[in-house]
Write a protein that binds this ligand. Structure first.
Ligand code: NAP
Length: 387
């Protein structure tokens, strides 16, 4: 018996995860059909991707980029969609089986929500969706029958390792963190780091926002919150350990003291492929660990003084409610201000802290309230950076 071809929509196809997802699909000998692609500004790459993968739809969301692009090279079978809700419509379309949610930041919330509401299998790279609205998204998945499969390598590792025991046998999970480019930087020198230094990640090739999040370790804070909702854990059941080699992608400690880990090369094509082929595995393009090479795997506790973002992750995972939306949006705005060279590296986390402290906390917000808070937190950060 042969498996049916899966129809895949890749939202954020021009980004780092989107491009890796297309490599996985190209190497999968016809197991997947690309039904939809989506881009924001990079319409040149989007057209190249459309010419190669011949999707039914290409979504382009940046109106200036749409207006200034020559679309004559788009294949005749590909329809260009550029309405604000096109990505959400495509994500919910009856012909789509799997949605790769790889738009960066809270811009990915609506389309991911639409995919979950429509009961799709969602390969979730856009961790911000769970940070902003974790309880609502997980409840929506329960009622719609959607399957949310993490693309984050750490959460993919946890998903794989959880299969070694029963759910009530889990004591805690341990998320590994590379520690980013400033793991061993003298703390007093952090204030002077440049955008270029912060963008030079030692082990992972990623988009700009998540690379800065890795440098501040806010990425790990977001992952703590993501894990809290995705795996229904308490904040106290989620630990973080620094592991510079990025070979052990995360671990689960069971009640008997056994620790089970998932290992692999630092190559995002592996967790992407696992999410696409779940629950099966297949040969793929991801790099393999070379066990003939002598290597050391190191583990160290994170330095919470040098990386104060981490504590925000546990705080938000513990408090829930509106805090995730404020954490995510304030961080996005602060990272954008750093990339625009309007603030220093060490200003990012205090700006997020300030937004969390100033917002009107609600323990049980609705989605629209979270969307509104997202706007508020961005304004709050830009107001403070203008001071
Ligand atoms: N990269 C990784 O290794 C990695 C690992 C784990 C998790 N993730 C998560 O995966 C997501 C994507 O990360 P990435 O590194 O792939 O980011 P990226 O390289 O910056 O790509 C982001 C994608 O989102 C699109 N986009 C940006 N702003 C948009 C908007 N306002 N509306 C619609 N689309 C928009 C971009 O389009 P254009 O390029 O056409 O403008 C691009 O396709 C993030 O949530 C990140 O945390 C990434």
């Amino acid at each position: 018996m042969t498996d049916a071809v899966k129809n895949v929509a890749i939202l954020g196809s021009t980004g780092s995860i989107g491009r890796n997802a297309l490599e996985v699909i190209a190497a999968a000998s016809g197991k997947y059909r690309v039904l939809a692609l989506s881009a924001h500004r990079n319409t040149t790459l989007a057209i190249e991707q459309a010419c190669r993968f011949r999707p039914r739809w290409l979504v382009a969301t940046d109106s200036e980029a749409v207006a200034s692009t020559d679309w004559s090279q788009l294949p005749p079978e590909t329809q260009l969609l550029s309405d604000a809700d096109s990505a959400a419509q495509v994500a919910a379309h009856a012909d789509v089986d799997v949605v790769v949610a790889a738009i960066v930041g809270s811009a990915g919330l609506r389309s991911t929500w639409a995919a979950v509401a429509a009961g799709k299998t969602v390969a979730l790279a856009n961790k911000e969706t769970l940070v902003v609205a974790g309880p609502l998204v997980m409840e929506l998945a329960r009622t719609s029958g959607a399957t949310i499969l993490p693309v984050d390598s750490e959460h993919s590792a946890v998903l794989q390792v959880l299969q070694a025991g029963r759910r009530d046998e889990v004591r805690r999970i341990v998320l590994t963190a590379s520690g980013g480019p400033f793991r061993d930087h003298p703390p007093e020198a952090l204030a002077d780091v440049t955008v270029e230094e912060a963008l030079a990640h030692p082990t992972w090739q990623m988009g700009a926002k998540i690379t800065i999040d890795s440098a501040t370790m806010m990425n790990k804070a977001l992952e703590i919150v993501e894990a809290r909702w995705l795996f229904d854990l308490t904040a106290d059941q989620i630990d973080v350990v620094v592991h510079p080699q990025s070979i052990v992608h995360s671990m689960v400690e069971f009640v008997d003291g056994s620790v089970v880990a998932q290992l692999g090369s630092p190559d995002m094509r592996l967790p992407i492929q696992y999410a696409l082929s779940y629950p099966r595995r297949s040969a793929g393009v991801a790099d393999r660990v070379d066990w003939r090479r002598r290597m050391s795997l190191e583990f160290a506790p994170p330095d919470l003084k040098r990386f104060p973002a981490l504590d925000l992750g546990w705080e938000v995972a513990r408090t829930g409610g509106t805090t995730g939306a404020v954490l995510s949006a304030a961080n996005e705005a602060a990272v954008a201000a750093f990339l625009d060279r309007n603030i220093g590296f060490c200003d990012i986390v205090p700006l997020v802290r300030q937004a969390l402290d100033r917002h009107d906390f609600d323990p049980h917000p609705e989605l629209e309230q979270l969307v509104e808070l997202d706007r508020w937190a961005r304004l709050e950060v830009s107001r403070c950076t203008a001071c």
